[in-house]
Design a protein around this ligand. Sequence first.
Ligand code: PGA
Length: 249
Amino acid sequence: MRRKMVAGNWKMHGSLAANKVLLDALVAAPAPVCDVVVCVPGPYLAQAQGLLAGTAINLGAQDCSAHEQGPYTGEVSANMLRDFACGHVIVGHSERRASFCEDDSTVAIKAQRALDAGMTPIVCVGETLEQREHGQTEAVVGTQLDAVFMLLGQRIHQIVLAYEPVWAIGTGRTASPMQAQQVHAFIRQRAIRHHSNAVGIRLLYGGSVKPDNAAELFAQPDIDGGLIGGASLKAADFLAVVDAARFSA
Ligand code: PGA
């Protein structure tokens, strides 16, 4: 049985004051029914590390450098994140692929850096609306996956994958549970075909997950939780999504 996971992706939102209110509320809630991660902006890692220490909520980051160290102004390495007790890091989010020109091989290297630093990468894949409408979803997602699988080899069972259709991110337009399940099943098969030890790999769905649609999505057989953007910024919404993880297939 795969344990469910709900990860919040705050993106470029927050302030010291707002973070404290949000994290205090998350920490005060009853023990979560699944693994919970909050991926905060880099400057707030120390604050979040302090507020989450000794709690059931895990700290994550939103990106790491493809380089280990060196003259890369503005970059943050996986090892630096690890210094702040970051256990997870999102890599290959579609916003980074689209706005910061990250290609599949860069995303794969970032996933490898995260693993080498002792963190779990949450590797995002997903197609645009145009690609879906042209029937290219599996081809696009398959290519994104293969770059990561080829580089990581048998370590792929150590990662978490997030299927995030680009057209569903921040748009209020969610993939239907059936649409999401179809792609998740495809991803799991692809991972297992690559290495049989990937049978238990956790696959999150992301894209306009809200309290009112989370339970139905999380109840799909190949959906092991969610990567949550907008709804992770309000404690009540995020906690309701976390609670929806009790609905399993
Ligand atoms: P959203 O974002 O929940 O606001 O659609 C999800 C994500 O980008 O990870």
